[in-house]
Design a protein around this ligand. Sequence first.
Ligand code: 13P
Length: 249
Amino acid sequence: MARRKIVAGNWKMNKTPSEAVALVEELKPLVASDDVDVVFCVPAIDIIPVAEAVKGTNIAVGAENMYFEEKGAYTGEISPAMLVDAGVKYVVLGHSERREYFAETNETVNKKVLKAFEHGITPIMCCGESLEQREQGVTMDFIRQQVKVGLQNVTADQAKTMVIAYEPIWAIGTGKTATTEQAQEVCAGIRACIAEVYDDATAEAIRIQYGGSVNAATAPELFTQADIDGGLVGGAALKPDFGKIVNYK
Ligand code: 13P
């Protein structure tokens, strides 16, 4: 069975609550699609107004992070139950910016992935190499470790429903999209890794996105590669261009 494409915007630390609602209103008609799952991953404080604004549309709401404990004395953190209650369906976990600036590790990402599944939230687990790692020829070794540790104790049935986003760090926010061949090669490598850890059926079901300077011009070729099931989009998700990316065909 063909995998359904999924195009998600990662708004990062952009848009106040009122700006977020205005952007949703602008994008709503542009991202309408029967063929593609559309997700807006927004800052925590924007989740409630955005969830209200997307009611009755094809847009699902995602969070950009989540804590791995149920509740308690974790000042400043957001729990999975809070996200579920606010209408969140997806959560971005282990984005390279969180790994770089907020000390996320493969182990904390794994705890969050398991917790998201416990609460019925679909993880979008990010992985991706630095420029130095690519130049050293260790891209796939590094990503295999991120994926394998991130998926510890995740069952095959759970893995089948999740999303992995391959985002080479050197392509994020740089305007330097990976070539289609580079993106396809790594996404195929991730799928092969899933087949090794689980089985072919799981590898065939899991959705793998590419992220890193995706725009309306690069999306069509990227999203039609055999192992690329859509994209995780930063800067271009805040513009009308996102409609063209969703409707890349
Ligand atoms: P850009 O699309 O701005 O490069 O960001 C990609 C990204 O980090 C999405 O998570």
